[in-house]
Design a protein around this ligand. Structure first.
Ligand code: SAH
Ligand code: SF4
Length: 365
């Protein structure tokens, strides 16, 4: 078996926040502000080479290089879709993998980031849900995805205005609110003006409905919130999104009402996957409107993206149009998400890495 000697590898600074880098500088006998300078070099300028940190004393640069590194996830594959969507299969030090997707559009670019390797939840229509969770991603691995995308697009310094990377969505693999501490730490760096400089409005976190996490997210982060609703009756949602058995629809929607107040966020997005003959009737559309009444929101219908072995089918275009028509007739803001990157398995719910199998193979070697 291939042994990874973690003790021998220099510690990675990627993912450390300002306070931790200040403490690191002080532990080296340097003033705390040197740590803040390192922070800016890492997150604002994207440096991975200490020798280029020219405002630091040379001796400090040398000691940093001897003790630390600034890493990036490895790129195990990087396919590009016919529609321009790019997917990265990322490799982490312990042979685990997760996926990241970039969706370029004419005037904006959306980066879809993973929070876990796999997912502990088992939403029946989601490919990631069939993968046993290997582990949470660390803050460094989450920030690392963002940094890697900036590397690939040549977008440093991070404060430079660009329409190539305007939105980050925590909609990749995993349930971000079940990895709250690492996600929060990473997003604070992503939204910090001295860090990766994304605006709060440009960051959306999608959850299947972890109610205590929604509260914390509102109080501590105030990012845009997306809720994977997908059904308007508890009986059906229990099946599609099993976490509903713990936090049913009414409890979830109460948390959404509080979220707005806590975080002063704009609309909440309700995601609704269109599953043929399962949740796509006119009655479902009308009930959806009734449920979310009074919550400033928008509804994003997601045509179901198939994956090998799944029993669900996507609703027909006509059914989706009829559904969206009912919502709009009743005054809702409703959009249909156009599937992107289906040919490279990069569309919503298609992400899955073979970390489990890989680990089994490595263990057998
Ligand atoms: N775990 C989080 C975020 C990742 S999933 C969550 O569930 O919200 C991002 C979105 O894609 C969610 O709304 C999810 O329900 C949806 N999704 C999952 N599988 C899908 C599929 N096969 N087709 C379309 N959307 C899917
Ligand atoms: Fe996990 Fe989200 Fe997929 Fe459900 S939809 S299994 S919460 S990644």
């Amino acid at each position: 078996m291939e042994a990874l000697d973690i003790n021998a590898a220099p510690a990675d600074l990627l993912g450390m926040d300002r306070g931790e880098l200040e403490s690191m500088a002080e532990a080296m006998g340097e003033p705390a502000y040197r740590g803040r300078q390192v922070y800016q070099w890492i997150y604002q300028r994207g440096l991975t080479d200490f020798s280029q940190m020219l405002n630091l004393p040379k001796s400090m640069r040398e000691r940093l290089a001897a003790q630390y590194r600034i890493g990036r996830p490895a790129i195990d594959a990087n396919p590009v879709s016919v529609d321009g969507t790019r997917k990265w299969l990322l490799g982490f030090g312990d042979h685990t993998q997760a996926e990241m997707v970039l969706i370029p559009e004419r005037t904006r670019g959306t980066l879809c980031i993973s929070s876990q390797v796999g997912c502990t939840l088992t939403c029946t229509f989601c490919h990631t849900g069939t993968q046993r969770l290997v582990r949470n991603l660390t803050a460094g691995e989450i920030v690392g995805q963002f940094a890697l995308a900036r590397d690939a697009l040549g977008l440093w310094p991070a404060s430079r205005a660009t329409d190539k990377l305007t939105n980050v969505v925590m909609m990749g693999m995993g349930e971000p609110l079940y990895n709250f501490d690492n996600v929060a730490k990473a997003l604070r760096i992503v939204m910090d003006g001295d860090g990766l400089s994304m605006s709060r409005r440009g960051v959306t976190l999608s959850t299947s409905g972890v109610v205590p996490g929604i509260r914390r997210c509102g109080e501590e982060l105030g990012v845009m919130l997306a809720i994977s609703l997908h059904a308007v009756r508890d009986e059906l949602r229990d099946e599609l999104v099993p976490i509903n058995r713990k936090w049913p629809i009414a409890v979830l929607l109460d948390a959404c009402r509080e979220y707005r107040a806590a975080s002063n966020a704009r609309r909440i997005t309700f995601e609704y996957v269109m599953l043929k003959d399962v949740n796509d009737s006119p009655a479902d559309a009308r009930e959806l409107i009734r449920l979310i009444e009074g919550i400033p929101s928008k509804i994003n219908l997601i045509p179901f993206n198939p994956w090998p072995g799944v029993a669900f089918e996507c609703s027909s275009d006509r059914t989706i149009e009829r559904f969206v028509g009912i919502l709009r007739d009743r005054g809702a803001v409703a959009t249909i998400r156009s599937p992107r990157g289906r040919d490279i398995f990069a569309a919503c719910g298609q992400l899955k890495s073979d970390s489990v199998h890989k680990r089994a193979r490595v263990a057998a070697e």
